[in-house]
Design a binder for this molecule. Structure first.
Ligand code: 13P
Length: 283
């Protein structure tokens, strides 16, 4: 069933687990996410980035994901990941999104607040919750590319002020997490996360969770993270499985035969994450 992310994240916050937010670009990834969520009886967010909208069409991909959410037997929210501007937000609201991120974290503090407030006003008018970010998460996620030099950890006091000034519903934090594959072993700054948690009452979001060791994810959930974003590990499962299959079956030209094992591999990734996030059985 299609729901907003607010009800999902508030329940997660109350009961000490995190909801998985998984990125999609197409039919097969969407199927893998929904199948995993149903197999594990877990609520999920299906995320669409501006890059995915550009690739698959601003009408087509949301329509496909909305339908998948409506017929799913578990709660599913459709989320705009890293919303780049007001115009994209409006077209996503029109397309039926039930959760919006406006990422203006590259702007100076006052401009970030102003951009987020503008989005909060329209989203809240139609009952849609908003995620915002402060600090800068490193790495590359679609159009959001942040070099090591530009990456900046979220400051706990600034997080508190931002949540107050912005009036949004969920806060994405930069605590040593990065989008894409990590270069070395990621080390989340748990003291920083605890300090943010103490000062901010709304649900906290962890981006760039692909490649973070399970023990750190568990600790992040125990320290108050309520939404965890995964993209890279799903893509990796998709493409590696496809490469493997086509290498072993070079004459196969039926896309359904090629994509079948890819969907299974992506579903396995999502199911594993759901277990680690402790959201299995929460639907
Ligand atoms: P990864 O690609 O590192 O899994 O991050 C996904 C993400 O944070 C989307 O916003």
């Amino acid at each position: 069933m299609l729901v907003t992310s607010k009800e999902l994240l508030l329940d997660a916050q109350k009961n000490g687990y995190a909801v998985g937010a998984f990125n999609t670009n197409n039919l097969e990834i969407t199927q893998a996410i929904v199948r995993a969520a149903e197999a594990k009886r877990a609520p999920v967010l299906i995320q669409i980035s501006a890059g995915a909208l550009k690739y698959a069409g601003v009408d087509f991909l949301p329509m496909l994901v909305s339908k998948a959410a409506q017929i799913a037997t578990v709660p599913v929210a459709i989320h705009l990941d890293h919303g780049p501007d007001f115009k994209t937000v409006i077209s996503c609201l029109r397309a039926g999104f039930t959760s919006i991120m406006r990422d203006a974290s590259k702007l100076p503090y006052g401009e970030n607040v102003a951009e987020v407030r503008k989005v909060v006003e329209v989203c809240h008018a139609v009952g849609v919750p908003v995620e915002a970010e402060i600090g800068r998460i490193g790495g590359a996620e679609e159009h959001v590319v942040v070099s090591d030099r530009e990456a900046a950890m979220s400051d706990p006091d600034e997080c508190a002020r931002f949540a107050e000034d912005g009036g949004f519903d969920f806060l994405a934090v930069a605590i040593g997490n990065a989008h894409g594959f990590y270069k070395g072993e990621p080390k989340l700054d748990f003291d920083r996360l605890t300090a943010i948690r103490e000062r901010v009452s709304i649900p906290l979001v962890l981006h760039g969770a692909s490649g973070i060791p399970d023990a750190q994810i568990t600790r992040a959930v125990e320290s108050g993270i309520c939404k965890i974003n995964i993209d890279t590990e799903i893509r990796n499962a998709f493409i590696r499985t496809m490469q493997d299959y086509t290498q072993k079956n070079p004459d196969q030209i039926d896309p359904r035969k090629v994509f079948g094992p890819c969907i299974d591999a992506m579903q396995a990734v999502v199911e594993r994450k759901i277990e680690i996030f402790r959201s299995a059985g929460r639907a």
